[in-house]
Design a protein around this ligand. Sequence first.
Ligand code: FES
Ligand SMILES: [Fe+2]
Length: 433
Amino acid sequence: MGQTAVAHSLLLYVVAPALVSIAICKSGLIPATASPEDGSISWPAFFATYGLLAGLAYLTAAVFSFIYSPLEFYGDEGRDSYLIGKARAGLSKEEAVAEMKRSRKIGDIPPVYPNGWFIVFRSAQVKKMETKYAHVLGLHLAVFRGESGQVYIVDAYCPHLGANLAFGGKVKGESIECPFHGWRYQGEDGKCVHIAYADKVPDFVKVTTYRSLEINDLILIWYHAEGEEPSWYPPEIEKIKTGELVYTGCWEAYLDCHIQDIVENGGDSSHLDYVHGPQIHPKRFINVKWEAHPTKKYLSTTYSERVPFWSSKPDKIFHEQYGPGLSYVDDGGDHYFLTGSVPVGPFRQKSVFMVYCTPASPFNLASRLFAKLIVYFTYVVIKGDVLVWANKTYRPKPPLVKEDPFIAQHRRWFAQFYTENSPRLRPADSLQW
Ligand code: FES
Ligand SMILES: [Fe+2]
């Protein structure tokens, strides 16, 4: 707990209730609390009043903090992907999940790490002067935030004797210092700038750095199999930057599937009613249209309308997909979603789903509570996909009907994110996730 938080708690739960209790006792408002002769306080009565007020203050603060704090949770992989709630005869839950994974026929999948911007962490997960380890896109990364607040991403393994900079490494200004012999590397260019016990720092020593971008409460990394610099950038949402859209929570889930399966959902109009339709959501989808943006090649959009059964007025949903790793969704109402997936292995994704509510909501208790429910509800709605993604095989040439209009177009659009050296799944990988 920080110093300000301690001061607030002292004020709220100790000082304020004590002062109010003294005032009440002295005022004679409650006859038994002050002695009638000289107005002095009856201490047992004071402590009873104080206990009551402090308890009330604590309860009120707890209720407000529950309503206003974001709801953040992780999906349950065993239960939601494999329908395994508890241990099965002879197998623990983990063993049963592992067996399901081993028995999977993956199919002839595209390369496993497409090029683009991907979420490494949410901004809140890397505090100032803190270092975190991430293993994504086949890379081992140390992600740290310097004294200035700037985030840097470098290769996790120290060029000297290979210690992992993310485990015990110390942030010094805008550099990171290795926990093994203290060699210090600049976040900006990876150059080694300090070795406490050496006369001279060799110029050629450098840790690899990666292009990062911090926008929309997310820390992103640029991945390109050919080592190319970013050819496009995802946009910053102005209302998130200015605080007009209020963060109300997020969920994260690990999914065994190809990242293309997740993104392809945006072009799969015919699954919407079947997976997310009336049985979960009291609305049906109409006028679904997916299209690649005419000029911004990396962007595709899905427009859909959901019609509630009790009304003919549809909600309009706008979904923008930036490259393979990021989606922005406007539900046409009070909520905005930022979501994306990053491959943490050849056939395993970490998906992040963040929920924001609109400016009218923040001071309205009911709408904040509702926004929390929405975080949970989005997970319930997407659980239908999770179950399919985690157990499907990949059909490179699926038979399609005319009511599946966008799948082939979507695959052509997505193919731009694979290049000559995009890594492919090696046969041995399939048993090792
Ligand atoms: S291993 Fe990092 S300083 Fe030696
Ligand atoms: Fe879906």
